[in-house]
Ligand binder design. Structure first.
Ligand code: PGA
Length: 238
């Protein structure tokens, strides 16, 4: 299936990525694909539960996710922070104020669907801080959440990358590696009708990982991709 002749690699690279990773995985794959034209890439985008299901069945070479499961034999490489922020309509009265989570108990909360890693991370954080959100709606995609929040239907926890994908890779990677935070770009947010709320104990700081099954030898193509990922993340572009 895989051939490596005179440094040229070919074969298939199967990657599963959680939906929030769709904002940057294509940017990672682009240069790799251009440099290895003999490699056919298959990218599946699913929520966390479905990516875990694919990992359980060994369907992919690699998976990109924020919260790898503990009950599978996995190796992993962590490669960027993933701050989860609270977004509101840009017209929301609290958008430019610093507030406590408890000040948001009467808000209408929009959540991703059960099975989403974003939802799981938010729920864990809420439980840790003894907070019970008033959840009025579950939505099956980040884009549906963004549009509903901009329309004033409620507030939500979302990866900062989902609301500011333009920061990837240059400013995001540089800032994330040096300061463990990601700069805000208010003008792009405003254009989308959104604001990021300044809430104590936020953002939730998680990381992106690429994971693979320990019990399934990595293909030469997947190893090349991991090397490429490690090198490109070590040298963020500007
Ligand atoms: P998801 O992604 O909310 O799309 O499932 C987040 C994650 O699991 O990393």
């Amino acid at each position: 299936r895989i051939a490596e002749i005179n440094g040229l690699i070919s074969g298939r690279l199967r990657i599963a990525a959680v939906t929030t990773a769709e904002y940057f995985v294509p940017d990672l794959l682009g240069p790799f694909s251009a440099a290895h034209q003999g490699v056919e890439i298959e990218l599946a985008i699913e929520n966390r539960d479905r990516v875990v299901g694919r990992l359980t069945q060994g369907m992919d070479d690699l998976a990109v996710m924020m919260m790898p499961p503990d009950d599978l034999p996995l190796d992993r490489m962590q490669f960027q922070i993933n701050p989860l922020v609270i977004i509101a309509s840009s017209k929301h009265a609290l958008v430019n104020k610093t507030v406590d989570l408890s000040d948001l108990s009467n808000e209408r909360w929009l959540m991703r669907e059960p099975g989403s890693g974003t939802r799981m991370a938010a729920e864990q954080h809420f439980t840790k801080h003894n907070f019970k959100p008033n959840v009025v709606m579950s939505l099956g995609s980040n884009e549906a959440i963004k549009h509903s929040v901009a329309a004033g239907l409620g507030i939500a926890v979302l990866s900062q990358l989902a609301v500011q994908p333009a920061l990837w890779p240059g400013r995001y990677a540089a800032a994330a590696t040096s300061q463990n935070s990601v700069p805000l770009d208010s003008s792009a947010l405003l254009q989308a009708g959104l604001g990021i709320m300044q809430v104590k104990d936020f953002p939730i700081l998680r990381h992106w990982s690429v994971v693979w099954r320990k019990d399934n030898p990595l293909s030469a193509t997947a190893r090349h991709f991991l090397d490429y990922l490690q090198t490109s993340q070590a040298q963020p572009s500007s």
